[in-house]
Design a protein around this ligand. Sequence first.
Ligand code: AMP
Ligand code: GLY
Length: 425
Amino acid sequence: MKVLVIGQGGREHALAWKLAAAESVTDVFCAPGNAGMATVGSCVPLPSDDIPALVSFAREQSIDLTVVGPEVPLVNGLVDAFQAAGLRAFGPSKQAAALEGSKAFAKEIMRRGNVPTADHVVLETLEEAQTFLQDREDQSWVVKADGLAAGKGVIMCDDRIQALEAVRHILVEDAFGNAGKQVVIEETLVGQEASILALVDGNTIVALESSQDHKRAGDGDTGPNTGGMGAYSPAPLVTPELMSDIERNVLVPTVHAMKLAGCPFQGLLYAGLMITNQGPRVLEFNVRFGDPEAQPVLLRLRSDLGEVLLAAADGRLAEFGPLEWDPRPSVCVVMASDGYPEKYQTGHPIQGLDQAAALPDVEVFHAGTTAADGQVLTSGGRVLGITALGDDHSDAKRRAYEAVKCIRWEGAWCRKDISDKVRQP
Ligand code: AMP
Ligand code: GLY
């Protein structure tokens, strides 16, 4: 079958790489792709948010299955447009993508499904926030813009004054534009985070192996938030018992509540969880693979990704046996541009990619790269996701960092402690 992968980051490279290796897949196209994706498929210069152009391309090329990486085209109705054109796409409809596109909607679905999450309120004015905060004990709060804000819409606040300031930033100063017409104020949860990604076909749920992201820029989880500086899979914190708990109390009721709400969920459901002393609590839902979680998770997948995504898109997941996994853990270290997550430069030539890729059980996933005159240049903040398998997490970490050492460009940096949390219960 012919597949089209939409997007240009590390997650999309991992998807395109795994699809290219699948027996069921004959051709991989990437729109727009990156220098790494160009080595596993044919890149076409169509931006991931140009829905009409993507529909025309998929029609002309008779694409059998389109796999959408980023959330923006999903929230904007890409899958609906593909379906209306008689094309098959893996991912939720516009209505179902609101699970990520509106935190207020996600909270409402969780309320209906009795899914454990932080206590919260949804507010539309500063006055409402003032009254709410005034009537409560002074404590730490998390203030969130309702809509998509490229990962920046979550503000951690130590007290009521900071919380009110955050609300003002979102509602009055319009820091996130339309994404900030409503705010969610919620209690701060304490624990370790884990990401559970699951394939869903509207009814049937197939959870993937667990993973853990590293969102902060600095070692020891310090510094500003980023898109994710590394990840590993599995997350040993998620024991088989905890996984059953998450399936029973988070995934199943969420998928059921979506069906009852008239927007059945088809695609990848990502539950971002805080594992608290009281059990798992949902921090957020995403409606697509995590980046960088997809890299270590897909490196471990042995099943044919094309077949299983096709089955999900066609509502046939129940026919599928359990997925097959490499039992070895994997670790992904993100290499970033100097300055990221703030302003950074691009256009630096990258050296050592071949040496790194030649190491056994290592895959170099490109996130922000472009090819020019036979060179690979940096073109983003997160540039590469060096991902390795090992006998255990520390072996996978050692292999990943060995590969990192092969790679150089001006200003390259990475966190040095990816997966160290595995040893802290
Ligand atoms: P979100 O986009 O909602 O997942 O938030 C991004 C990050 O903010 C999460 O990965 C957590 O690290 C943090 N976060 C969000 N909500 C909470 C909460 N209620 N308590 C503690 N941390 C949170
Ligand atoms: N790694 C976090 C995300 O994909 O949203």
